[in-house]
Design a binder for this molecule. Structure first.
Ligand code: HQG
Length: 183
């Protein structure tokens, strides 16, 4: 499999399964699932560079994607993104108890605002947190020189904040008030 093609497919799936299925006239159900056949058909109809999307290509991307961003249902007739949505979907995430600290990678220009308002979910459905600094560094690096914030997740949990673990092991929560952040 050509890695460049796989990356393009991953980017395209992020777009239509997390943010704007309407780009190709796709409908997701309330749990974020798209019908695999419909996805393939609409993809080719829309004549984009991925008009060769096939079940084999989807299989490869689901299996080998670096962050396991996408998952099939049991009989592989449906596919969805495991986290990262901006559109409202009910993922039925499992609540989980986080370790004492989690991490968030961001960039310098956001720090003043985060000190004031804490971490907010911005355009997504949740604030995304990482289990280690290395992962958070990668997340922050998408935007520039990464700044890693340490989140007192154990303390938050004790104080009643809920945490969820996505199928691909990203920690999610509604917000992180500034008092739980070490800058
Ligand atoms: C920042 C990728 C100002 C926040 C990653 C971040 C992740 C604030 C940006 C996933 C703020 C939102 C999500 C506040 C938060 N004031 N800025 N009060 N609160 N921010 O992309 O966490 O590769 O929505 O620091 O790996 O960067 O796509 O969130 O910089 O897991 O699978 O606002 O996306 O996953 O940006 O990334 P995002 P994120 P994928």
């Amino acid at each position: 499999m050509n890695e460049k093609t796989a990356k393009n497919v991953s980017k395209f799936l992020s777009l239509v399964l997390r943010h704007s299925p309407e780009t190709i006239g796709l409908k997701l159900d309330e749990n974020g699932w798209a019908d695999v056949e419909e996805l393939i058909e609409k993809c080719s109809k829309n004549g984009n560079s991925l008009n060769t999307l096939t079940t084999e290509l989807l299989d490869y991307v689901v299996e080998n994607n670096d962050k396991k961003r996408f998952a099939f249902n049991e009989d592989k007739t449906k596919i969805r993104a495991s986290q990262g949505h901006s559109i409202s979907v009910e993922l039925n995430l499992s609540e989980a108890e986080p370790s004492e600290f989690l991490f968030h990678g961001t960039v310098g220009k956001f720090i003043e605002s985060i000190k004031k308002d804490g971490l907010q979910k911005m355009s997504r459905q949740h604030v995304h947190l990482s289990k280690d600094r290395e992962t958070a560094t990668k997340v922050g690096s998408r935007r520039g020189v990464p700044q890693i914030l340490t989140i007192k997740s154990g303390e938050m949990f004790k104080d009643g904040f809920k945490f969820y673990l996505s199928e691909n092991n990203v920690w999610l929560t509604e917000e992180v008030p500034a008092k739980y952040i070490e800058f």
